[in-house]
Design a protein around this ligand. Structure first.
Ligand SMILES: [Zn+2]
Length: 442
């Protein structure tokens, strides 16, 4: 749905849309365990009853159901992010987008919150092959727990999540959770309450990100843009307008670092499509009309048929005092970090070598040409493929995802900055979504 709107606004003309090579199970095991990936690959709605123990062990069930095409869905989502990261590594693009990614809850050996394979973690691991420090920023209303956990003990990745905290899924993300060991102070959590509006969000987001940029000096950024922090989301309880949400994207982008932009949650489906379309326009620097162009899902956008989403009159439970306190605690912690960790420091004749993250044990075994060449075989999509949306028509107007967290919009589109345009699109746009529904997220 987002892909279709992006295409009908003509934004694809300002990007390079590409189809990454599908990741295989081996690549998924750079983060996930072999047995978990094996299970994802083999379980189907027909044989799941023979695997009751495993279902429980891997948390597959309520929020993370088994559906036809589950493994392909994971592959598509992860491929867009890994392909985008590889493209950034080669300097082929300065921004890559995978709206079908951002599945930030998945753990090493466990599914969670409709996330099975953590494409964010896999992409960050790819970026670490080239970049010494990677910043992960998460504006989904849910805490980015899976990504935080993966990098909790290293200073090569700083994770920074802005989320609703307090009696809310997944329950983690207190401001006191700042990382451990070598990673102490490199996990940043900004716990927020119901009703966050644009002004409040900007007041905490900007100083925190500015301080991170100044102190940590990341060389690449992964930005998870979950749309469930928008006003009117079915599961969310924030009150951000679309411009407020996109303001965070614009601000992160203003630092000019190689950036991988990912989707994430979002449960009022028409607004998810609006959000990621507008953010694609922000990232490409192409202004688009508030009046929606005709598209395959036009009737879903009634009664106004407009792009923008405004805040409601919902009460903001984040007092100024509370926000100032939280921001102050975070900034205090950030001031304690070593500036730009990992840089070689020459002290007389001895040099301190960069710290190496050991999360990808088999990385060294990989054939170098295979790794760096993974994207060379990607082909650019033919223009006609942008209009391939036959299957999307089964989508229920409001998502039809019930209570569980759905899966990214059927299309993963990609883009890059205005000039050098390039982007990561998840492989086959139409294979997203559980079952016949092609919406949803994490
Ligand atoms: Zn979410």
């Amino acid at each position: 749905m987002a892909h279709n709107l992006i295409v009908n606004y003509g934004l694809y003309k300002h990007m390079e849309v590409f189809k990454p090579v599908l990741v295989d199970a081996m690549e998924m095991t750079r983060f996930h365990t072999d047995d978990y990936v094996d299970f994802l690959r083999t379980v189907t709605p027909d044989n799941m009853h023979d695997h009751l123990r495993s279902l429980k062990r891997y948390n597959i069930g309520d929020d993370c159901p088994v559906f036809d095409g589950l493994y392909e869905f994971c592959q598509v989502s992860a491929s867009g992010s890994l392909g985008g990261a590889a493209k950034l590594n080669r300097g082929d693009a300065d921004v890559c987008i995978n709206w079908a990614g951002g599945l930030h809850h998945a753990k090493r050996s466990e599914a969670s919150g409709f996330c099975y394979v953590n494409d964010c973690v896999l992409a960050i691991l790819e970026l670490l092959k080239v970049h010494r420090r990677v910043l992960y920023v998460d504006i989904d209303i849910h805490h980015g727990d899976g990504v935080e956990e993966a990098f909790y003990t290293t200073d090569r990745v700083m994770t920074c999540s802005f989320h609703k905290f307090g009696d809310y899924f997944p329950g983690t993300g207190h401001w006191k959770d700042i990382g451990y060991g070598q990673g102490k102070r490199y996990s940043v959590n900004c716990p927020l309450r119901d009703g966050m509006d644009d002004d409040s969000f900007r007041e905490v987001f900007r100083p925190v990100i500015a301080t991170i940029m100044e102190r940590y000096q990341p060389e690449a950024v992964v930005l998870q843009c979950g749309a469930d922090s928008l006003a009117g989301d079915r599961l969310g309880c924030f009150n951000l307008s679309l411009k407020g949400h996109a303001g965070a994207v614009e601000y992160v982008r203003s630092f000019g670092l190689p950036t991988l932009v990912l989707g994430g949650g979002g449960y009022t489906m028409r607004n998810v499509a609006r959000c990621w379309t507008y953010e694609t326009s922000v990232l490409t620097g192409i202004a688009i009309d508030d009046e929606l162009p005709y598209n395959d899902y036009f009737e879903y956008y009634g009664p106004d048929y407009r792009l923008q989403i405004e805040s409601s009159n919902m009460e903001n439970l984040n007092s100024r005092k509370y926000l100032e306190e939280v921001t102050a605690r975070i900034l205090e912690s950030l001031r304690g970090i070593e500036a730009a960790p990992g840089i070689e420091v020459q002290t007389g004749s001895s040099a301190r070598t960069p710290k190496i993250l050991e999360l990808a044990p088999d990385e060294d075994d990989e054939d170098e040409s295979e790794r760096t060449g993974r994207a060379e075989t990607r082909r650019r999509q033919h223009k006609g493929e942008y209009y391939d949306s036959v299957r999307d028509h089964d989508v229920d107007p409001d998502g039809g995802l019930g209570e569980h967290e759905g899966a990214g919009p059927s299309s993963s589109s990609s883009s890059s900055s205005s000039s050098s345009a390039a982007a990561a699109a998840a492989a086959s746009a139409e294979s997203g979504g559980p079952g016949s529904s092609s919406s949803g997220t994490a």
